[in-house]
Design a protein. Sequence first.
Length: 151
Amino acid sequence: MVDSQKWLYSQPEYNSKEKRKYVEELEINDENLEGELDLNDFTSLKILRCNNNELTKLDVSNCKEIIEVYCQKNKLKKLLLPNDSKITRLNINNNLLTDKTIFQKLSNELIYVDICDNMFGDEDSSFFKKRFITYRAVIYIFISRLLTYYQ
């Protein structure tokens, strides 16, 4: 396993803050990354794919332009999203997340959410139904491997 922050900064295309601020899409799947990953220097980031690693914390709270986040199959215990986010697609399945407050930062533009196989309790399913059914768009919500369709 490799420290995620050190690995990222060692890559030629991301080795300076100046370069990172222009990146719009970041794909770091299957890189054996572990630990905490702070992407706040990626201020133009729109799409993030960091699947199949062992990340424990992901911070994109300063990525105001981000619209798609795919971080399934990690060990995330903490996910920091931007306030008033523009996220339309969020896939966080197969992690260790327990904090429902991250969903309060999601926009009304949200069209896809996959939250299955985390540490949310059974009692949380009513929270998710109430939270996501208020959106105008068609939303697919995966909870405990069941597909629920809301329109």
